[in-house]
Design a protein around this ligand. Structure first.
Ligand SMILES: *Cc1c(COP(=O)(O)O)cnc(C)c1O
Length: 410
């Protein structure tokens, strides 16, 4: 089918959950994707922070090919070598004790929320006073299942599906006072993204996360950190909460975890893990041999190729260049983020949309989240020369917009 035929067929056949950009891809190589006409695009989105190693990384391709010839799936009723191998790597890097594997970010959120409720049930049976309420943050995003939308802030994700999971309250972002006011022994978990992703690339303050850690410790409630977007080295540390020197009780992973194959994980402390025993929770596909092998290779490659450091260094350079642009163009109102999770906020939704479309025309892929936030989530293999290419294109775009604005005033 041609691109036009595919678009027509999709319009009739596919549930319209996404507004697609006008491009279709058939191949990839490093930081580039290639469309049906063989045209190359520099990808600063990497499948929304999934393709950490870029496209067709030889190590990942080799692992998937090798493992697929041996064993793709075997149920969780049996042992295979991948789960423990992966858990060793994840627990070593997070300081958590145990891992549960699933298939997406939303499912990791589901697992973490169920763990928090089960842990509170256990603690109550032991005489503790721990309620069922979950505190999440304003502007949060945790996924699309019922549990995950219940802790996701924007009403458009929740309202059409109500009633959602009860007993959730939202705390004002980075407002320790509001957190203190809403926290009590009714709360079984506080859920945060160390750097909010969909909400507009907004880092927590040291004060806020410390307060969340301190309060939860007073009652034994769990501090859950969603590292689905910010984790796996993207921010210049293995996990974004590590910038704050705070240790959570539960960590959620997905997106880049298996280098492009669908995988999620819930990591937790031994204490929290007491709440779960055989038969309480599970999933057919979670932690299969192929996906675990891909995740192990993804982690080992990030390590071997120094990609956490690369994210930090190239990210710092990228940030500096964005700041220079922001000084030049008043329509860029803020630049923020950490490592290769960066954003430039513009002063209108129209401009945000236009920037994405114009850059796509010039074969550069970015996206715009929360209406006005141009978001950069490139593969961790990004180099300074790629940053220069993006900045030059953005510079061209904004200078044209500035000229149009001046012409409009005359
Ligand atoms: C993408 C994302 C999710 C949801 O992951 P899915 O795999 O789409 O279900 C949850 N939390 C954060 C922070 C995310 O960025």
């Amino acid at each position: 089918m041609t691109f036009e035929e595919i678009k027509a067929a999709e319009q009739k056949l596919i549930l319209t959950t996404y507004d697609r950009y006008q491009a279709m891809f058939v191949d990839g190589e490093g930081v580039y994707v290639i469309d049906q006409n063989g045209e190359k695009y520099l990808d600063l989105l990497s499948g929304i922070g999934v393709n950490a190693l870029g496209y067709n990384h030889p190590a990942l391709v080799e692992t998937i090919a090798r493992q697929s010839k041996k064993l793709i799936h075997i149920s969780n009723l049996f042992f295979h070598e991948g789960q423990a191998e992966l858990a060793l790597r994840l627990t070593e890097r997070t300081g958590m004790d145990r891992a549960f594997y699933c298939n997406s970010g939303a499912e990791a959120c589901e697992g973490a929320l169920k763990l928090a409720r089960a842990y509170a049930t256990l603690r109550r049976s032991e005489g503790a006073k721990l309620g069922t309420k979950i505190l999440a943050l304003e502007q949060s995003f945790h996924g699309r299942t019922f549990g995950a939308v219940s802790v996701t802030y924007k009403e458009k994700y929740r309202e059409p599906f109500e009633p959602v999971v009860p007993d959730v309250e939202f705390v004002r972002f980075n407002d320790p006072e509001d957190l203190r006011a809403k926290f009590s022994d009714e709360v079984c978990a506080v859920l945060v993204e160390a750097i909010q992703g969909e909400g507009g690339v907004r880092p927590l303050t040291q004060e806020f996360i410390e307060e969340a850690r301190k309060l939860t410790q007073t009652t034994g409630a769990l501090l859950i950190v969603d590292e689905i977007q910010a984790g796996m080295g993207r921010t210049g540390k293995w996990f974004a909460y590590q910038h704050f020197n705070v240790k959570p009780d539960v960590v959620m992973l997905a997106k880049a975890l298996a280098g492009g194959l669908p995988m999620g994980a819930v990591l937790c402390t031994e204490e929290a893990a007491r709440a779960i025993h055989a038969g309480m929770h599970g999933t057919t596909f979670g932690g299969g041999p192929l996906i675990c092998a891909a995740a192990v290779t993804t982690i080992d490659t990030i390590e071997k190729d120094g990609l956490v450091k690369n994210a930090q260094e190239v990210g710092a350079y990228f940030m500096e260049q964005l700041r220079t642009l922001a000084k030049k163009y008043t329509c860029i109102v803020d630049v923020r983020g950490q490592g290769l999770m960066l954003a430039a906020e513009v002063n209108s939704a129209e401009l945000g949309k236009k920037a994405v479309a114009e850059l796509l025309k010039q074969h550069i892929i970015i996206n715009c989240t929360s209406d006005t936030v141009l978001r950069f989530l490139p593969p961790l293999i990004l180099e300074k020369q790629h940053v220069d290419a993006v900045i030059a294109t953005l510079d061209g775009f904004f200078s044209k917009q500035a000229a149009l604005a001046v012409a409009g005033e005359k």
